[in-house]
Design a protein around this ligand. Structure first.
Ligand code: ZN
Length: 201
């Protein structure tokens, strides 16, 4: 293993402009610990790139559902089921910090409010762009939408592939994990739930 070629700083000594501790020295230490030479050309800027990348992939910590929904709630004119299918998401599993990614499907039966359709993807991102487990992410999306919309029913289904399983060969490659949260009419009424699940086929 090569000797570390950079002095590691006190992690509390450096802050970037948003007041967070800088992570590039931590990434440098990680790369060195893995047996790599951080001074070779291809790796020179990697610590900074990894930090920027991780800040983006965890930017859900800096966004709130209230900000996302601000101004996007409207009076409902009907009570038909609304289904938003195939919302792409990318998240990081909190056990390995490896991506899991897939699609979210959301349905609701409005109470007095509806939400602009583009906002569902933004709500998903608030919770996907964190260190997560898929089950909790699904519940958090459902909780946030239930609180904001006060719908007669709400359903969230997520389907994801987990690189920590695929790359490490723990489970069959190509397997996907599905988790769901059913509220109100989707929980109580099997026909409503069935209508939604059939819409996902
Ligand atoms: Zn994992």
């Amino acid at each position: 293993m090569p000797e570390p070629t950079m002095t590691l700083h006190d992690p509390h000594a450096e802050f970037d402009e948003v007041g967070e501790t800088s992570l590039d020295h931590v990434v440098t230490e990680l790369i060195t610990g893995l047996g790599e030479d951080v001074t070779r050309e291809g790796l020179l800027k990697t610590p900074q790139r990894v930090e920027r990348s991780l800040r983006f992939l965890t930017s859900g910590y800096e966004t709130s559902v209230d900000d996302v929904l601000n101004g996007a709630l409207f009076d409902a004119e009907g009570s038909e089921m609304v289904v938003v299918k195939g919302i792409e998401f990318y998240s990081l599993c909190e056990h390995h910090m490896l991506p899991f990614f897939g699609t979210a499907h959301i349905a609701y039966i409005p109470g007095s409010k509806i939400l602009g359709l583009s906002k569902f993807a933004r709500v998903v991102d608030v919770f996907a762009r964190r260190m997560q487990v898929q089950e909790r992410m699904t519940l958090q999306i459902a909780d946030a939408l239930e609180k904001a919309l006060e719908p007669r029913g709400l359903a969230v289904v997520t389907e994801a592939s987990h690189l920590c399983m695929m790359m490490r060969g723990v489970e069959k490659q190509g397997s996907t994990t599905r988790t769901s949260a059913m509220r109100g009419a989707f929980k109580d009424d099997a026909r409503t739930r069935q209508e939604f699940l059939e819409a996902l086929r």
